[in-house]
Design a protein around this ligand. Structure first.
Ligand SMILES: Nc1ncnc2c1ncn2[C@@H]1O[C@H](COP(=O)(O)OP(=O)(O)OP(=O)(O)O)[C@@H](O)[C@H]1O
Ligand SMILES: [Mg+2]
Length: 250
């Protein structure tokens, strides 16, 4: 199967009478690519990601992960994914190491493998010293780092990150970008949302833009430009999501 993710007519309505938060989304993420999911605040990115992760039930539609439906076969689908959520609902009383071992248990990572991965990533993200402290003592960026490490322990085929750069210092954010790149080089797929458009522009093979629950553009940066030579992703974003026609200061 060429596609790692297939969103099929995906729709979420949180409350009757309210507009759909995600509205008939059809989008494909190909195997081995870095796919950036961008859109204004409230556009439906997190809602889409939570449905992808099987946390929220779609009102309509389906999502296939490597051909497996998150609706009808959630355990098999989830085993293929590593997830970095947008908040940090962490187990605050666990130490970093306890938390990582807990996740390794859930994902059936062998003792040898987990030891190697935990050591490698704690060192890589410079979190070794904090590993034996309770997570509640961590700074925001440290919580983000431990979440990132936890999502990689089973070396997922699909790595999903919801605004992963938030709270990271420049060095950590650089390391994360390198790791995203490295993960794809191993043949895996990365799907992430972000508001940092120059990161999306530099890192993504393809980009999807969502506005008010609807996919309004999808493709490589060149495809999104469609004639507007040299336009930056920021320019394209501002034009495509400017549905009120409000003039922006030139
Ligand atoms: N639990 C919820 N109950 C009701 N409405 C919700 C809920 N979560 C999100 N929404 C609504 O769904 C829409 C999409 O929200 P979502 O969080 O998916 O946006 P987002 O693209 O992730 O935005 P941001 O860039 O601010 O993170 C918004 O109108 C939001 O108010
Ligand atoms: Mg969000």
């Amino acid at each position: 199967m060429e596609n790692m993710i297939e969103f099929k007519n995906l729709t979420k309505n949180y409350a009757k009478g309210k507009a759909n938060a995600v509205d008939k989304l059809n989008m494909e993420v190909r195997r081995g690519e870095v796919f950036g999911f961008i859109g204004p605040n409230g556009a439906g990115k997190t809602t889409t990601i939570k449905m992808l992760m099987g946390i929220l039930k779609p009102t309509e539609g389906d999502i296939l992960i490597d051909g497996t439906s998150i609706i009808t076969d959630p355990i098999a689908a989830k085993a293929k994914i590593g997830y970095v959520p947008d908040g940090h609902d962490l187990y605050e009383r666990l130490t970093g190491i306890e938390y990582l071992n807990f996740l390794a248990d859930i994902y059936h990572v062998s003792q040898d493998e987990r030891k190697a991965h935990i050591e490698k990533y704690l060192k890589y993200f410079e979190l070794e010293e904090a590993a034996n402290s309770q997570i509640r003592s961590y700074s925001r960026g440290m919580k983000q780092k431990i979440t990132v490490i936890g999502s990689l322990l089973h070396q997922p085929q699909l790595w999903v990150l919801d605004e992963p750069m938030v709270g990271l210092d420049p060095r950590a954010s650089h390391l994360l970008k390198e790791e995203i790149h490295a993960h794809c080089q191993k043949g895996n797929t990365v799907f992430f949302s972000t508001h940092v458009l120059d990161v999306a522009e530099k890192m993504c093979d393809r980009i999807g833009i969502i506005n008010k629950g609807k996919l309004i553009a999808e493709g490589t940066l060149d495809e999104l430009r469609s004639g507007e030579k040299g336009a930056s992703l920021e320019q394209l974003f501002l034009e495509l999501t400017d549905d009120e026609g409000v003039e922006t200061h030139a």
